[in-house]
Design a protein around this ligand. Structure first.
Ligand SMILES: Nc1nc2c(c(=O)[nH]1)N[C@H]1C(S)=C(S)[C@@H](COP(=O)(O)OP(=O)(O)OC[C@H]3O[C@@H](n4cnc5c(=O)[nH]c(N)nc54)[C@H](O)[C@@H]3O)O[C@H]1N2
Ligand SMILES: Nc1nc2c(c(=O)[nH]1)N[C@H]1C(S)=C(S)[C@@H](COP(=O)(O)OP(=O)(O)OC[C@H]3O[C@@H](n4cnc5c(=O)[nH]c(N)nc54)[C@H](O)[C@@H]3O)O[C@H]1N2
Ligand code: SF4
Ligand SMILES: [Mo]
Length: 686
């Protein structure tokens, strides 16, 4: 079964480190611009899951092993029955930002054409949606980094707002060694430590107050005369309106709201204004808020006032998270979207894509519900009764996990395609075992908008099918036999569907990718060199200008009060990935962080009667988690932190607040009011 070693990329995050995988699944790092031969522990150990004893290798229907024919036939029958009784929208699809471009694209076509449902969304709603909405609003296009990662090598100053890169993309730190770093994080993370050690700054705001911090920075820039007037005049619109709101937030006033010293704000602005090569980058810490879009907008406004975006050697960007977080948000698995980053409510976009799919544009459904709203609608009149999940472990990763569990349990039919029995798959009515990264071909688009080839190094275990085979098989069973079957054929169809759209892949061919060309979209013709740097001449709005949008401070949706006096925030640790479905099964990684913990400042722990290493009950208005206390000086005394990588009673999302950003529909993962209670040893083992 072993095949040739293949040059491919890591299955996990959007840095998409280059690696070579041997026929037995061994991983060796490979020179590639994003990682330059480096890998983090997750990448190094990724091969061990290919032959993991928990690997799913046979379809399961109601827990009983079944043949592929009967499993697919069963799903198709149930879908037909439900749709006959309750209409096309009674069947919903949930995708993921880890899926290849081809899977994301085909899943969108499958939903709109074979199921005829509007109800499709994906986990990128939890990840990139606020950054994407803010980028579209300001620049007219959403590409996380509008420049290659290697441009950061020459930076003099880099602001990382809510990004803990040293743990979430370790090799990326290698591109930041020459720069003075400003890290904005309520915790002194390894990234913040590195910043301070190298002469930079750590700003430690109260969770949920980045927006006011960015307003304070803009205020300092204006009052100290540091705004790039020529840039603002020639390349932007909306400065005066944005300034009208920011003018209320002089640094001392902003300091009272966010906890960052006004003097530090002035220092940061002087560093940014005083250097030629400077970047502002945001990630989930700034974005996963009920006002995440406005928060990113505030960072963009600051960047525009200082003349960063679209200037060679400088820029604004957001750091995309999942392996294909960029491509996964471009090709139609999002509720409001068609391939090529087209809008599903745009008649011209519908006509173009319908022609590629060979259907009548009027037959395409309209926009559906966003991820949390889709889950919430289960069990309501007109809501989904069946859910097909590809590439998300939403029982662990969606906010207010107890409610999510109840909703999923209320479905008439839950189908999960996965290669491991994660928490969501374990409770599914039908489980479809699929191939893993090193067993399949495809393309992904990394954090810098560069399209990459995933290559097959070994065959999937017997009995396992690829996601593409599953999707085409289901479509055929529903009477739609015309779907392309090979990854390359799907990619070619995607290219045609994307042609003329904002994310235009039509000039990116499989052969060009295989020849090793570095192709960043848009790439509208086969002879086009791709676009590593966007916005150098113009922004993507019709007038060519970037827009400053007026935004004002809004407090987090749930603030600390007497019963719940602390702010809990959530995020990641180095050794675990996302819901942990994969990394909790890798021995070397699980040994480092076996269980959920809660980071607590020693003073806060003492007040709650807790000591380092004890178990604590962390409670919010929605649920409770048993977590091991880690007393650390690195977290603000008013804040506690939990990683979200654990399931069942250890899921941080039992605590989180499912309130949504009004524009992006991103949930507020980063702020919930909680309290801490001591637990006796017996209670823990009981
Ligand atoms: N090890 C590891 N790496 C990963 C992943 C993983 O699961 N594990 N997942 C990948 C994915 S999908 C993503 S999206 C990225 C995420 O990458 P990051 O955004 O770097 O990761 P997070 O830990 O979610 O959040 C970053 C930081 O935000 C801080 N934070 C919390 N609240 C606030 C706030 O209100 N303001 C500010 N400024 N900061 C705040 C947290 O303390 C945390 O240190 O990582 C990718 N890489
Ligand atoms: N509290 C809190 N919650 C969060 C976050 C947070 O910071 N705090 N972050 C959010 C973010 S940014 C993200 S991206 C989400 C991610 O959370 P999830 O959406 O749960 O992502 P994963 O854990 O990567 O789940 C992927 C599942 O799909 C499987 N899988 C992987 N690749 C494939 C594939 O190619 N095909 C198929 N069929 N299956 C595959 C894996 O085995 C796993 O079971 O979590 C969000 N939830
Ligand atoms: S940084 Fe991301 S892509 Fe690179 S090895 Fe680690 S998980 Fe994989
Ligand atoms: Mo993410």
């Amino acid at each position: 079964m072993a095949r040739m070693p293949a040059d491919t990329h890591c299955p996990y995050c959007a840095l998409q480190c280059g690696m070579t995988v041997g026929g037995a699944g061994t991983v060796a790092p490979r020179e590639f611009p994003t990682n330059r031969g480096g890998l983090c522990q997750k990448g190094w150990t990724a091969g061990s899951l290919l032959s993991h004893p928990d690997r799913l290798t046979t379809p399961l229907v109601d827990g009983v092993p079944a043949s592929w024919d009967s499993a697919i036939g069963h799903v198709a029958d149930r879908i037909r029955d439900l749709q006959a009784a309750y209409g096309p929208d009674s069947v919903a699809v949930f995708g993921g930002g880890g899926l290849t471009n081809e899977k994301a694209y085909l899943l969108g076509r499958f939903a709109r054409v074979a199921l005829g449902t509007s109800q499709i969304d994906y986990n990128g709603r939890f990840c990139m949606s606020s950054a994407a909405a803010a980028g579209n609003r300001a620049f007219g296009i959403d590409r996380g980094l509008p420049f290659p990662v290697t441009d950061l090598d020459d930076a003099e100053v880099v602001v990382l707002a809510g990004a803990n890169v040293a743990e979430t993309m370790p090799p990326l730190m290698g591109h930041l060694t020459g720069a003075r770093l400003v890290v904005v994080d309520p915790r002194r993370t390894p990234t913040a430590e590195r910043a301070v050690a190298a002469g930079g700054l750590h700003l430690q705001p109260v969770p949920g107050t980045d927006l006011v911090l960015a307003l304070g920075l803009l205020h300092a820039a204006v009052t100290e005369g540091l705004v790039d007037r020529a840039f603002v005049e020639q390349r932007t619109s909306g400065f005066d309106d944005a300034w009208r709101l920011a003018a209320q937030w002089w640094p001392e006033r902003a300091e009272r709201a966010c906890g960052v010293a006004a003097t530090d704000m002035r220092t940061v602005v002087s560093w940014l204004a005083g250097s030629a090569r400077r970047y502002v980058l945001t990630a989930r810490g700034a974005e996963q808020h009920a006002h995440g879009v406005d928060t990113v907008t505030a960072w963009i406004n600051l960047s525009l006032a200082l003349g960063l975006p679209g200037t060679p050697g400088s820029g604004f960007g957001t750091i995309t998270g999942q392996g294909n977080g960029q491509g996964g948000r471009e090709h139609g698995q999002k509720a409001d979207q068609l391939p090529g980053y087209r809008r599903i409510d745009d008649p011209a976009a519908r006509a173009h894509v319908a022609a590629v799919w060979g259907v009548d544009a009027d037959s395409l459904p309209g926009p559906g519900r966003s991820a949390v709203e889709l889950i919430d609608a289960i069990g309501t009149p007109g809501g989904p009764r069946a859910l097909l999940v590809f590439g998300s472990n939403l029982r662990v990763s969606a906010p207010d996990a107890a409610r999510v569990a109840a909703k999923l349990d209320a479905l008439d039919l839950l189908v999960v395609a996965d290669f491991l029995p994660g928490e969501t798959a374990r409770r599914a009515d039908v489980v479809l075992p699929v191939a893993q990264w090193a067993e399949e071909e495809g393309t992904l688009t990394n954090l810098e908008g560069r399209v990459l080839r995933r290559r097959r190094a070994l065959d999937p275990p017997p009995g396992v099918r690829t996601d593409l085979d599953v999707i085409t098989g289901l479509a055929a069973a529903l009477g739609f036999g015309g779907f392309p079957t090979t990854p390359r054929a799907v990619f070619d169809e995607l290219r045609a569907a994307s042609a003329g759209g904002p994310a235009d892949y039509s000039g990116i061919t499989w052969d060009r990718l295989d020849a090793g060309e570095a192709l960043h979209w848009p790439c509208p013709e086969p002879g086009h060199p791709g676009t590593p740097r966007l916005f150098l001449d113009r922004f993507a709005h019709p007038d060519g200008r970037a827009r400053l949008v007026p935004v004002d401070h809004v407090p987090a949706a749930e603030l600390p009060d007497d019963p719940y006096p602390l702010r809990a925030t959530t995020g990641r640790v180095l050794v675990h990935y996302q819901s942990g479905a994969q990394t909790r099964r890798v021995e070397e990684l699980a040994a480092v962080v076996p269980d959920v913990f809660v980071e607590v400042h020693p003073d806060t722990a003492a007040r709650a009667g807790l000591v380092d290493g004890a178990w604590a009950r962390v409670e919010s208005r929605r649920g409770r988690v048993l977590a091991r206390v880690r007393c650390v000086l690195s977290v603000r005394p008013d804040t506690v932190f939990l990683p979200f990588h654990f399931g069942d009673g250890q899921a941080a999302n039992l605590l989180t607040n499912p309130v949504l950003d009004p524009v992006s529909r991103m949930p507020e993962f980063k702020v919930a009011a909680v309290r801490l209670l001591p637990v006796s040893g017996e209670a823990v083992s009981a």
